[in-house]
Design a binder for this molecule. Structure first.
Ligand SMILES: [Zn+2]
Length: 253
């Protein structure tokens, strides 16, 4: 007769957990209601449930479409905007607060562009975090972004397509090539990997492209034919030349 009380206790614990979560979401909801949302771009009043005010959001839509520099191992690379102004604030909110409204606005900007490829074998693959980092944050910002993009592009998300192991050894003492190789070794095919898929890697910021390249290498080694990439914002390298605006497949204003 020990299982019934244990079951009761578990039930009580679950009920208490539900109750606490309920109170928390109610508190969050009333805070949202009382404190108007502040625009992440200009500090003004944001739209209902959005991270940016209408002006900042439209600025994003007016921002030139950019074509990032080629990334090794990636067939086609897209970016929603440059990493500047309101985009910088949105990325911060997405990365460090797991803000879904930031993911929403960034995905709106990206979805001005058509996906690199469509078809039943195309999947959105968020760049994975290590399990430890994921636990610590409670979310993967690339996955939040991929989920919003998925709604707009109609492409499914495969968060377990790749796995990420912990980076071993000092990063600072390694040379560029050495570090690149070590980074590449941290990405491996995950439980949902499929060689017949065409992965579109999703990340928040594109800087040198080393992370995307490392993910692409893992996919290509695993046997996929080609890999694409999409990032919310491109941290264009200093002194770089703004490429030709990319007017391909714009789906919205
Ligand atoms: Zn604003």
């Amino acid at each position: 007769m020990t299982s019934a009380p244990a079951g009761d206790r578990n039930g009580e614990r679950r009920a208490a957990g539900r109750w606490i979560r309920g109170v928390r979401s109610l508190a969050r909801w009333s805070l949202d209601l009382l404190a108007p949302r502040v625009c992440a771009g200009c500090g003004g009043l944001a739209r209902d449930r959005a991270a940016l005010c209408t002006v900042c959001r439209d600025d994003g839509f007016r921002a030139p479409l950019v074509r990032p520099d080629a990334v090794e191992g990636i067939s086609e690379i897209l970016a929603g905007t440059l990493l500047e102004g309101g985009a910088r604030h949105l990325i911060h909110d997405l990365k460090y607060r797991g803000s879904k409204v930031a993911a929403f606005d960034l995905a709106e900007w990206i979805a001005r562009l058509a996906p690199p490829e469509t078809g039943p074998e195309v999947v959105l693959v968020p760049v994975p975090l290590t399990a430890a980092r994921r636990r610590e944050r409670g979310y993967n910002q690339a996955e939040l972004l991929a989920r919003e993009l998925s709604k707009r592009w109609g492409i499914r998300v495969e968060p377990a397509f790749l796995s990420r192991k912990t980076f071993r050894g000092s990063q600072t003492r390694r040379g560029g090539e050495d570090r690149r190789r070590a980074l590449a070794a941290t990405f491996v095919p995950g439980p949902r990997f499929s060689a017949s898929s065409i992965p579109v890697l999703v990340d928040d910021v594109l800087t040198t492209g080393a992370t995307l390249s490392a993910c692409a290498a893992a996919c290509l080694h695993g046997g996929v034919d080609r890999v694409h990439g999409v990032c919310a914002a491109w941290a264009q390298q200093e002194g770089g030349v703004l490429p030709e605006p990319r007017a391909l497949g714009i789906s919205r204003g």
